[in-house]
Write a protein that binds this ligand. Structure first.
Ligand SMILES: NC(=O)c1ccc[n+]([C@@H]2O[C@H](COP(=O)([O-])OP(=O)(O)OC[C@H]3O[C@@H](n4cnc5c(N)ncnc54)[C@H](O)[C@@H]3O)[C@@H](O)[C@H]2O)c1
Length: 254
């Protein structure tokens, strides 16, 4: 018996990092996974790695409404009614208030805010009759300001807000849909490796935690939490924001 046997779950950004690990673990625990990514080749590689008819890969830009309509229809046609959506795809663009090009601000909000609004909307439309679970990838920056990642911080604050509003809407409408947010930081994925100027195929075992006490986390640890939140083990958990950051933001000097 798997922990999510026969669930049908959409994972956006499933071609890399956390989304790749989420897709692999959900399939291992019995789910049928619709692996989507703007990078179709990356999504296809993950679906092929899962194999056994347990996954399909779809090209998907999360900020396009028509892409969501196609993804949800194709996914349902392949595996049946959708039970879970992991809104995981995202972009992290660096820049401060004075230097960030307006186009970078717009791309951040289009992907991380509009993409998550559409992900929540289409998850609700697909699951309102039979129920299900949504997991939104927020960030530790959902609740903090940031000098060099201010656009990303603003977008992830919106993801946390959308999570609460999904729960409020589903409660008002009487839908049995749970929605939770994960607030990670320092997960060793290609997104973070890029910020560290390291190649995406870096051997993660070679990366040491900082001597200042900052400890990294691994994408399979995020996947464990995603699996739990999608499964019935979390049947009473909705509207939670769960940090996964090794406690790096605890104030040990106080
Ligand atoms: N890694 C961390 O430390 C960290 C911290 C906080 C939050 N997060 C969040 O976790 C999620 C996963 O991040 P990751 O670290 O695995 O990053 P990643 O860069 O390894 O993977 C992100 C994936 O999203 C895809 N993507 C980007 N734009 C897209 C779009 N418009 N439509 C569809 N797919 C798109 C990319 O192609 C990529 O495959 C993101 O939402 C990120 O903001 C990560």
């Amino acid at each position: 018996m798997g922990r999510v046997d026969n669930r049908v779950v959409v994972v956006t950004g499933g071609g890399s990092g956390c989304g790749r690990e989420d897709s692999i673990l959900l399939a291992k625990e019995g789910a049928k996974v619709i692996v989507t990514d703007i990078d179709h080749e990356a999504a296809m590689a993950v679906a092929a790695e899962i194999g056994g008819g347990k996954a399909i890969a779809l090209q998907h830009n999360i900020s396009k409404d028509e892409d969501w309509v196609r993804v949800m229809k194709t996914g349902q046609d392949a595996f049946g009614p959708i039970n879970g959506v992991v809104n995981n795809a995202g972009v992290l663009l660096m820049g401060d208030f004075e230097s960030m090009p307006f186009a970078d601000w717009q791309r951040t909000q289009e992907t991380n805010v509009t993409g998550y609004y559409l992900g929540c909307k289409h998850a609700i439309l697909a699951m309102k009759e039979h129920g299900g679970a949504i997991v939104n990838m927020a960030s530790i920056l959902s609740t903090l300001g940031s000098a060099n990642y201010f656009a990303y911080a603003a977008s992830k604050a919106a993801v946390a807000s959308l999570t609460g509003s999904v729960v409020a809407h589903c409660k008002q409408a009487g839908y049995k849909i749970r929605c939770n947010a994960i607030q990670p930081d320092g997960i060793l994925t290609p997104m973070v490796l890029k910020q560290m100027n390291l190649p995406r195929d870096t051997d993660l075992k070679m990366i040491k935690d900082s001597p200042m006490g900052y400890r990294f986390c691994y994408p399979h640890e995020v996947a464990n939490l995603v699996l739990f939140l999608i499964s019935d083990e979390a049947a009473s958990i909705s509207n939670a924001r769960i940090s996964i950051d090794n406690g790096n933001y605890a104030l040990s000097e106080f």
